[in-house]
Design a protein around this ligand. Structure first.
Ligand code: FE2
Length: 240
């Protein structure tokens, strides 16, 4: 985004702060890997959408339904390739932001399937407060659907709530990413986002990952989350 905004009067001295790093990259799984991931999403779609308690929804998200294992896709053989791809892209992302000596480690907290039905499926605005980085990979979507975009929204707590200006509308410009088969998006987890209504000939299948960023074991630093190996369960101490 330009740091100075052009206007009819020339350049206005507006400096836009707080850029948001969102990574978008198109991956190229081979046919077998792509088919294995697609098959897992189809199973989820069929088995869970087919359940009467969920059949009237226009979306399904594995982590919300509270069914055991549906937020652990990364442990399945079909998603090992994607785990590696995300590791590679997260490394590039962190190096770009922090330099090669950032000393951080990244962990998969959970990964879950998301289905948007082809007749207007949406995901309402939300953040992933449990994580630091989140990823979305599109397993299957209509080609050029012109719908079902992921829209990132500017934080509305800076000043738009005390000033009657369309700050949010201004900053959301450029924050809409079209779904595309085998496209990966990586973004800060506290960035609010939603899926706009999807229309297509096929369901929109994606997989979401939540990642935790920590120091290396034994390398804790102020204001950074230590590596989980440095943690001790509080309930693990005996009383004697
Ligand atoms: Fe999300």
């Amino acid at each position: 985004m330009n740091s100075l905004i052009s206007s009819a009067n020339g350049s206005m001295p507006l400096h836009w702060l707080f850029p948001t790093p969102v990574m978008q990259v198109d991956l190229t799984p081979d046919d077998g890997i792509a088919a294995a991931m697609h098959q897992q999403l189809e199973v989820f779609d069929r088995d869970v959408f087919g359940d009467p308690q969920f059949s009237n929804r226009n979306n399904l998200t594995g982590d919300l339904l509270g069914i055991a294992g549906l937020d652990q896709l990364h442990r399945m053989e079909a998603f090992v390739w994607l785990n590696h791809q995300i590791a590679e892209q997260v490394s590039l992302y962190l190096i770009d932001l922090l330099g090669p000596d950032h000393g951080l480690e990244v962990h998969i907290q959970k990964a879950w399937p998301v289905v948007c039905s082809p007749d207007g499926g949406t995901i309402e605005s939300h953040t992933h407060r449990n994580a630091q980085l989140s990823a979305v990979f599109y397993v299957c979507t209509e080609e050029d659907p012109g719908s079902g975009e992921l829209e990132f929204q500017a934080p509305d707590t800076y000043f738009s709530h005390v000033m009657a200006i369309p700050f949010r509308e201004a900053t959301v410009s450029g924050g809409v990413f079209a779904p595309k088969q085998h496209r990966l998006l990586l973004f800060p987890s506290d960035l609010r986002h939603r899926v706009l209504p999807y229309e297509g000939g096929v369901p929109r299948y994606s997989v979401s990952y939540d990642l935790a960023v920590t120091t290396a074991p034994g390398q804790g630093r102020e204001m950074l989350t230590p590596h989980p190996m440095d943690w001790v369960p509080l309930g693990g101490f005996s009383s004697t």
